[in-house]
Design a protein around this ligand. Structure first.
Ligand SMILES: O=C(O)CCC(=O)C(=O)O
Ligand SMILES: [Fe+2]
Length: 370
């Protein structure tokens, strides 16, 4: 692979706390407090050795996943399209560029995705559980995708147990919402965006749909919208560290204590923008049948948070994790677009002030009620 230029020194970035996963796993109280601080403010942090493998630029599974992504994206479009996700709210398989909107006006995004279901990676492969994949994925399912998914899931289950305790939930509550052996929308994703004009958007503003995301970035381009800030800010990729963030499902379970924040992907800054951008994510999501609701009956801290929220209904969407996810994916597909209401119907838990900046005027207030 060509050497990639460094993230420019003169571009402002938003700092994130660095959390040492080994310390968290060992129950180090100070490190757990720092993780809790990150998770309850912006909901983003750098994870030192997040897959249990330091230096993600060189560790076997992460490198193998990036290679699998590059091999897959290099296939002829007709071959990739045999495994396309379709328009019904499924996200497993290949997603062509420009299939989804990045804003309320229906602007198409420029990123291609290959998403592999946890249920295929950990299931009775080569029997397919959820979807079909190009041969470049199949060839690495057991050697690369499975260990990548297993290791990342193990990290995320430890973090869920830590949150469980901090939220004062009965032992194992969050773990039971994320059973590995039940079907869920958990998936590993490689994203590819071509070089583009400075500032153009590859992935529109969104909150993540599930519980926990672990992201491996080599080029910049990821930006966060910090509550109360006036503008989007870059998060700098740091070699050897993954970027972890909270998704909507944990925000809902915790009555808003855990924060799922808006982020997006634009052209990497400076010389980096001249390179194709690959990124790798693993999303841990609740089992399909889990009802998304704040768990105030199980935790006084969550009950307090819901009681003092300006909009407690936001934490009771009254749908399962599968329904929440499918609604969001389906309404992002441009084939399903009727107007800005389709974009609004794809939204998650974001707060009013975020949406005001992220969406054109006029749809902001409606979106804020979702
Ligand atoms: O590629 C990135 O840096 C972020 C991707 C992302 O936010 C997502 O796939 O949900
Ligand atoms: Fe995301």
């Amino acid at each position: 692979m060509d050497p990639l230029p460094p993230f420019p020194d003169d571009v402002p970035t938003h700092p994130l706390l660095v959390i040492d996963h080994a310390l968290v796993k060992a129950g180090d109280k100070a490190e757990v407090e720092r993780l809790w601080a990150a998770a309850t403010t912006l909901g983003f942090w750098y994870a030192d050795g997040a897959t249990g493998l330091k230096n993600h630029g060189t560790d076997d599974e992460v490198r193998g996943m990036f290679e699998m992504g590059a091999e897959t994206m290099a296939l002829p479009l007709e071959e990739k399209m045999l495994h396309e996700q379709g328009d019904d709210g499924n996200s497993f398989g290949y997603r062509m560029a420009a299939a989804t909107a990045i804003d309320a006006a229906g602007t198409p995004g420029s990123a291609e995705f290959i998403n592999v279901a946890k249920d295929d990676a950990l299931g009775a492969w080569p029997e397919r559980a959820r979807h079909s994949y190009p041969h470049t994925v199949d060839a690495r399912m057991e050697s690369t995708v499975r260990p990548f998914v297993e290791k990342t899931l193990a990290v995320n289950m430890t973090i869920l147990d830590v949150f469980n305790e901090k939220l004062g939930l009965p032992e194992g509550t969050l773990a039971r919402q994320h059973p590995t052996d039940e079907f869920s929308q958990c998936e590993a994703r490689v994203i590819c965006s071509p070089p583009a004009a400075a500032g153009s958007r590859a992935i529109g503003p969104h909150t993540d749909f599930g519980s926990l995301s672990v992201l491996h970035n080599r080029l910049g381009g990821l930006q966060v919208f910090v509550p109360g800030a006036q503008e989007w800010q870059y998060v700098k990729p740091v070699p050897g560290y993954a970027i972890c963030n909270i998704g909507d499902a944990l925000t809902i379970f915790s009555g808003g204590l855990l924060r799922s924040s808006l982020h997006r992907v634009i052209t990497p800054p400076g010389m980096q923008g001249m390179h194709t951008r690959f990124s790798l994510v693993f999303f841990t999501r609740p089992a399909n049948c889990v009802v998304l609701r704040s768990l105030e009956d199980l935790s006084p801290a969550i009950a307090d948070a819901v009681a003092t929220s300006s909009d407690p209904s936001k934490y009771k969407p009254g749908v399962t994790a599968f329904e929440w996810f499918t609604r969001r994916v389906k309404n992002q597909r441009l084939k399903n677009r009727k107007g800005s209401e389709t974009w609004i119907a794809s939204r998650g838990t974001e707060h009013t002030e975020h949406v005001m900046v992220a969406a054109p005027m006029g749809v902001a207030l409606k979106a804020a009620r979702l």
